[in-house]
Write a protein that binds this ligand. Structure first.
Ligand code: 13P
Length: 255
């Protein structure tokens, strides 16, 4: 397998942080620090920050993503945002199935799949998040959980569409806890995800998919995590809110 064939992607997931003016200020700091990155750089920001973020990154190598989207084109879905709305303002990526959406907002593999299909049909690139709970890891069913999520979340996604899908492996026990998966643990599951993709599609299609690790990834551990064969990038929470830390992770991915 040739890691060089895949695009390394470092994406910030800002979660529910930063107002539009704060978003603009943070991106103004980030943009010059990552200008010579040899990887894709994305900031996924709250809906109300998107317009300011797109303006602040216009003409730069930083792409902007949303943190969710609905599957319907329009209609009576109070509080939701469609892919068309995101696309029209210049959004390119969208985080889907984040464990916080699954834990706190009732997302299921079925709704993640609907959102993924809609994002692809609407011309957005989904970053589909999968990952096991601590309890599931302790019960030794990590692979079962991940296999199920991959199969269901990508149900009916074609091989052609898969080219625009990014997978993020985020063990739930490592998110916001300061408890990072070891590089070997991350590699083991990312390799397993690629095997599942090879089974569902074929090896060539699987080898081309960017698989990120997420969960307390920071400037101190990025080098080691990213050195692993199947870890092609990172989905960064806390450290993406500090320009220097985020830029250091981008630098680690650019080697
Ligand atoms: P932290 O980097 O804060 O652990 O968050 C990871 C994450 O959930 C990214 O989506």
């Amino acid at each position: 397998m040739d890691k060089a064939k895949r695009k390394a992607i470092i994406a910030g997931n800002w979660k529910m942080n930063k107002t539009p003016s704060e978003a603009k200020a943070l991106l103004n700091e980030i943009v010059p620090l990552v200008a010579d990155a040899d990887c894709e750089v994305i900031a996924c920001v709250p809906y109300v920050d998107l317009a300011a973020a797109i303006e602040a990154t216009a003409g730069t190598n930083v792409k902007i993503g949303a943190e969710n989207c609905h599957w319907a084109a329009s209609g009576a879905f109070t509080g939701e945002i469609s892919t068309g709305m995101l696309k029209e303002i210049g959004v390119e990526y969208v985080v889907l199935g984040h464990s916080e959406r699954r834990q706190y907002f009732g997302e299921t593999d079925e709704t993640v799949n609907k959102r993924t299909k809609a994002a692809l049909a609407g011309g957005l690139k989904p970053i589909v998040c999968v990952g096991e709970l601590l309890w599931e890891r302790e019960c030794n069913i990590t692979e079962e959980v991940i296999a199920r999520q991959i199969k269901l979340d990508l149900w009916d996604v074609t091989e052609e569409e898969l080219k625009n899908v990014v997978i993020a492996y985020e063990p739930v026990w490592a998110i916001g806890t300061g408890k990072t998966a070891t590089a070997d643990q991350a590699e083991e599951v990312c390799a397993f995800i690629r095997d599942q993709l090879a089974k569902l599609y074929n090896q060539e299609a699987a080898d081309a998919v960017t698989i990120q690790y997420g969960g307390s990834m920071n400037d101190a551990n990025a080098d080691e995590l990213l050195s692993k064969t199947n870890v092609d990038g990172g989905l960064i929470g806390g450290a993406s809110l500090v320009a220097e830390k985020f830029a250091a992770i981008v630098k680690a991915a650019s080697k």
